[in-house]
Design a protein around this ligand. Structure first.
Ligand SMILES: [Fe+2]
Ligand SMILES: [Fe+2]
Length: 165
């Protein structure tokens, strides 16, 4: 990979690699979440988003081939940090509160993914890479939809838990 980024094209290529690393990391997370989550609805949502994540990885690989490049990942310490914090908090939490912990981690993940795709889309648009824009927008829409579901589940859970407390 690059030792130093010297052009906006190289920077885009590098950040596309970080997005690939991000999705590959995320792909391993819902499996853990599915096992840990207490509510069946939540388990189902994580299973569905894992399927979407596989498709998002394929879209990123296609974006690389649109650039005429081999898919190549770049470091993404941000997503690893979110994962690390989530795992540590899950370990600390009782079953009665673990779903709130999982949902908070999921919201943080989706916000990060959304920011990554918005940035890449802006640059792909400026480069006139219409197919890449289309592929990345498909990913962005799935993340936005997932974030809405996570927010809704968080609201419902918070209302139940604080009403019972
Ligand atoms: Fe994703
Ligand atoms: Fe996501």
């Amino acid at each position: 990979m690059f030792t130093k980024l010297t052009t906006p094209q190289e920077l885009f290529h590098y950040k596309l690699g970080a997005a690939l690393k991000m999705e590959n990391t995320v792909l391993e997370m819902p499996g853990d979440h599915e096992k840990t989550a207490q509510q069946s609805q939540l388990k189902k949502q994580f299973r569905q988003h894992a399927q979407e994540t596989k498709r998002q990885i394929r879209n990123l690989e296609k974006a690389f081939s649109e650039l005429g490049e081999e898919p190549d990942d770049s470091p993404c310490p941000a997503i690893e940090g979110i994962e690390k914090e989530g795992k540590a908090n899950i370990k600390k939490s009782d079953d009665s509160v673990v779903d709130a912990v999982i949902l908070a981690g999921a919201a943080e993940t989706e916000h990060h993914e959304i920011a990554v795709y918005e940035g890449l889309i802006t640059e792909a648009e400026a480069m006139g890479q219409r197919e890449i824009v289309r592929l990345l927008k498909e990913n962005l829409e799935q993340e936005e939809h997932t974030l809405e579901e996570v927010k809704e589940a968080t609201r419902e859970l918070a209302q139940q838990q604080f009403a019972a407390a």
